[in-house]
Design a protein around this ligand. Structure first.
Ligand code: ADP
Ligand code: MG
Length: 575
């Protein structure tokens, strides 16, 4: 039996630190929150070694006097609340008094600060949570926190971090969120010695206009410009929101941000409300872009759910759900009504595609239905092609039964398996574009895609950064035809990477599935009987012909017995 012991201070503080500071990005989030709480209007951030070697946040906020500075690294040291009830009236991001304590416990930290109009400033240095020096410093208004060698004394933590490219993208992501939520603040971000992001203070006087301007600077014109604005005001509730029109959905959930009182949060209930509004306008793999700013009275939700303060709990889930989904539904409905008269433009081709038709046929086999006593299985010939319905489904008769093929899903499955084989044997050909294609994305998304550069290149995609907020695509697998398809592929990739289980094989599966989907015959394409039969034959050759790579079924059948039952016959008539 092991005996109980009280953990030494050093160990317990390292454990506690792990909850607040998981990675450089969570440290940055805490430091930005402190600067914003101090009323900063200019914040500059600098990171080196993906934030592990060095992370510095400087602000022009109200600073601290020497007395406060001396105690700010202590456990539960906060100027923001003094009683539990204060949380219900919270108007700051911080309140737990843990962030600086936690950061100091796992790094070499320096804090230099000077209160407004004070004659001198103060500087504190700590290593592994132990204060090494505390002394007067030059009177530079505001506060600078510098964190070096994060997790130097907790190697397990350090190992748990992902690649530098990924951690950098998380850092940019945190900065982008802070920028979206605070358009009145000027942000600069230097990464590895180069200015990586810069958001000027948005000058517009009106809040919605300011939000919109900042939105465009963060997400880029392409994603931001066509969003529908929604505003509403009720007692204790204010909403400003920007969402995709129904014809502007994208292949990733990556561009959805919710802010409650400027705090970036994750709340399933809000996302569910949004998705309910899109209802039937949306297919499974399409998602709205959504930036929503909610101002709520502090007593209508609880942020003290998680040390990272990313989750909140609403007092009335039902009410907020109905409100959001109702407002979005109305906005979508209104624009749908207006748009019904407008013209749909086809995206322009990226380059000319060798116009060989999908699934070339050599013969025109005519299959006769023969009388066999064997079990009617869809893959057992002979069968007869009866025709196409809805210009999407192919109907066949086989041994007295009937089966229906979804032509798009079937073609996708066939091509998916072919491309995987081609990829494995090195036959998936890539083609250089005449002009690189620029895809506008937030910097964090550009970095996320670039973190997969090698993997993408094995799939036939050559990508490069173009400026800070765009990606240049230089080569693509030969099957891509349109700029829109490439954008979709990029968004889909972001979606896969977002998923914590998004392993290497998923990226590959996803990319190949997208290529297959794009190259596959579409629903609404007219097919000749020969093409229909060929599709069926090819599907039979597939390792898993029953579903498309996205998991939709390709075929459904009614055998003789089932048909007979439908007509309340005692049994199938003899063949
Ligand atoms: P919390 O934000 O929950 O209060 P922190 O550990 O993040 O806890 O910060 C402790 C205290 O240090 C804050 O309450 C605040 O008084 C002070 N502080 C931290 N960062 C700054 C800053 N950038 N400007 C002014 N004061 C700061
Ligand atoms: Mg704080």
């Amino acid at each position: 039996m092991r005996h109980i012991q009280i953990l030494p201070e050093e160990v317990s503080s390292q454990i506690a630190a792990g909850e607040v500071i998981e990675r450089p990005a969570s440290l940055l989030k805490e430091l930005l929150e402190n600067s914003l709480d101090a009323g900063a209007t200019r914040i500059s951030v600098e990171a080196k070694g993906a934030g592990k070697k060095f992370l510095r946040v400087s602000d022009d906020g109200h600073g601290m006097d020497p007395k406060d500075c001396e105690v700010c690294l202590g456990r539960h040291a906060t100027s923001k609340i003094s009683r539990l009830e204060d949380i219900a009236r919270l108007d700051t991001f911080g309140f737990r008094g843990e962030a600086l304590f936690a950061a100091a416990a796992v790094s070499r930290l320096t804090i230099a600060t000077c209160a407004r109009d004070a004659e001198t400033g103060w500087k504190l240095e700590a290593v592994g949570g132990k204060v090494l020096s505390s002394a007067p410093a030059p009177a530079v208004a505001g506060t600078t926190v510098e964190v070096k060698d994060l997790f130097y004394n907790t190697p397990a933590r350090l190992k748990f971090l992902k690649s530098d490219a990924f951690e950098k993208s998380r850092l940019s992501g945190v900065l982008e969120e802070a920028a979206l939520a605070n358009p009145h603040v000027h942000f600069t971000y230097k990464s590895e010695g180069r200015t990586s992001l810069r958001f000027e203070r948005e000058p517009a006087a009106e809040t919605l206009a300011r939000d919109k301007q900042r939105l465009i600077s963060v997400l880029g014109k392409e994603l931001a410009q066509n969003l529908l604005p929604i505003t509403a005001e009720r007692l204790g509730f204010k909403l400003r929101m920007f969402v995709s029109p129904v014809d502007g959905l994208v292949a990733t959930r990556n561009f959805q941000h919710w802010f409650v009182n400027r705090r970036p949060i994750e709340a399933r209930i809000l996302q569910q409300a949004l998705y309910r509004a899109y209802g039937t306008y949306r297919s499974k793999d399409r998602h709205p872009v959504c930036i929503a700013h909610l101002d709520l009275s502090p007593d209508s939700f609880d942020v003290n759910v998680h040390p990272g303060k990313r989750e909140i709990r609403f007092k009335s889930d039902r009410e907020i759900f109905e409100l959001i989904s109702g407002l979005v539904t109305t906005a979508l409905f209104k624009t749908q009504a207006q748009a019904s008269a407008s013209i749909v433009r086809e995206p322009s081709p990226l380059y000319t595609y060798p116009s060989e038709p999908f699934l070339q046929l050599d013969t025109a086999p005519t299959q006769e239905l023969a009388a066999t006593a064997s079990m009617p299985r869809w893959f057992t010939p002979p069968y007869r092609y009866l025709g196409q319905i809805e210009r999407s489904y192919l109907v066949f008769e086989a041994a007295g039964g009937l089966f229906v093929l979804d032509q798009h899903a079937a073609a996708e499955r066939i091509l998916f398996e072919k491309f995987l084989r081609d990829l494995e044997s090195g036959n998936l050909k890539s083609q250089k574009l005449m002009l690189p294609l620029a895809i506008d994305l937030p910097a964090s998304a550009v970095q996320k895609v670039l973190s997969q550069k090698n993997r993408l290149s094995r799939l036939g995609f050559e990508v490069e950064p173009f400026g800070k907020t765009a990606l240049h695509v230089l080569s693509v697998p030969i099957l891509f035809r349109k700029a829109e398809e490439l954008k979709e592929m990029t968004h889909r990739l972001l979606e896969t990477l977002e998923n914590p289980a998004g392993a290497a094989s998923d990226v590959r599966h996803d990319a190949v599935a997208t290529i297959a989907c794009k190259a596959a015959v579409k629903a609404h394409d007219a097919l000749s009987p020969e093409e229909a039969l060929r599709l069926l034959e090819d599907l039979k050759e597939c390792a898993d012909g029953s579903a498309c790579p996205h998991g939709r079924r390709t075929i459904f059948s009614l055998n003789r017995e089932e048909l007979a039952r439908k007509f309340q016959r005692p049994g199938a008539p003899p063949l």
